[in-house]
Design a protein around this ligand. Structure first.
Ligand code: ATP
Length: 303
């Protein structure tokens, strides 16, 4: 009765004719058998109804060209059969077994470039990220600058002499390098290759100058995150409170930072590291990584 009503109402609509059906309906109606059907020959509704009632597949390349031949594999009622029985019957009806392989391939290893003006909290964010997230490799930068109190060689930086640094650059062992406030800083390529091969995502912490160079080298194959403080005042206060710079060095850093914030437009994401809100900034960086890993069109970096 319901079916009859449905037929009637559709008969008055312009969906009545098969050639007007959406494509999936047309292809379904070719592939499924229509046994037990009370067919209204021109009405798509009765076909749809029967697809739901008797979903038995048949070969679409039948030599007779008749795609409506029922297969001899019965599908047990879902409330009677157990799961494995149903699985076997469905596989037999479909003509192939279900695969346990991932439907989508694993995401590519990602290169995340974290940058921002001096004093915005790059090191602080990275330190927290290291504690909160697995599967990331934080590239240890090589530098010719002197070790600060508390810094560990091979963990914070690879501390090398100026001569050593320049010979690494000559041997093309650095992805990028620059002279920053009188000291060399550079990214060892081998370390990135090694960890990408192991499936790690790579985090690079560079200054703005480094990020600009990396953008030229890596283009859109890496994701670029710009870290900022909520205001210029906060950024300056942080640098003063850190007490790692002389007054002259402070002046240079602050003047440079003023210029550097203008480079935000060359980045993919901006993250505000507000005073006392370090955790939120880290969470946002993690969300960016998650979103990037879920992208259909993945970035694919080759070093
Ligand atoms: N959200 C925050 N709230 C308060 N203080 C912070 C926050 N983030 C970082 N800091 C502090 O600000 C100072 C500067 O941070 P950090 O050294 O991480 O900056 P940086 O961007 O790595 O600087 P540089 O480029 O000069 O090395 C540090 O003393 C750090 O502990």
């Amino acid at each position: 009765m319901l079916r009859r009503l449905f037929c009637t109402s559709l008969a008055h609509s312009n969906l009545h004719h098969c050639h007007l059906l959406p494509i999936p309906y047309q292809s379904l109606h070719n592939s499924f058998t229509l046994t037990n059907a009370i067919l209204c020959q021109t009405c798509p509704a009765s076909r749809i109804q029967n697809i739901i009632e008797t979903p038995r597949f048949s070969s679409s390349n039948s030599p007779m060209g008749d795609t409506r031949r029922p297969l001899s594999v019965p599908i047990p009622a879902v409330d009677k059969a157990d799961r494995s029985e149903l699985l076997r019957a469905l596989e037999a009806s479909l003509g192939s077994s279900f695969s346990s392989d991932p439907i989508c391939p694993n995401p590519n290893p990602l290169i995340i470039v974290i940058s921002g003006p001096s004093g915005v909290g790059k090191d602080a964010v990275i330190k927290k990220l290291r504690e909160s997230r697995e599967g990331l490799h934080f590239v240890v930068t090589a530098t010719s600058r002197a070790k600060r109190p508390g810094e560990v060689d091979g963990k914070d930086y690879y501390f090398v002499s100026k001569e050593e640094f320049l010979s690494m650059a000559e041997r093309n062992e650095l992805l990028e390098y620059a002279l920053v406030y009188g000291d060399y800083k550079g990214i060892p390529k081998q370390q990135i290759r090694e960890y990408m091969t192991k499936g790690y995502d790579i985090v690079l912490r560079v200054d703005i100058q480094g990020a600009e160079t990396l953008r030229k080298i890596l283009g859109n194959s890496a994701v670029f995150v710009f870290l900022v403080a909520e205001s210029e005042m906060t950024m300056v206060e942080r640098l003063i409170d850190r007490k790692t710079e002389t007054a002259e060095a402070l002046l240079v850093r602050i003047a440079t930072a003023r210029e550097e914030v203008k480079h935000v437009k060359n980045f993919d994401y901006v993250v505000v590291n507000a005073k006392g809100k370090l955790e939120s900034a880290v969470k946002l960086v993690e969300s960016i990584i998650d979103a990037e890993k879920a992208k259909v069109r993945q970035r694919s970096a080759v070093i």
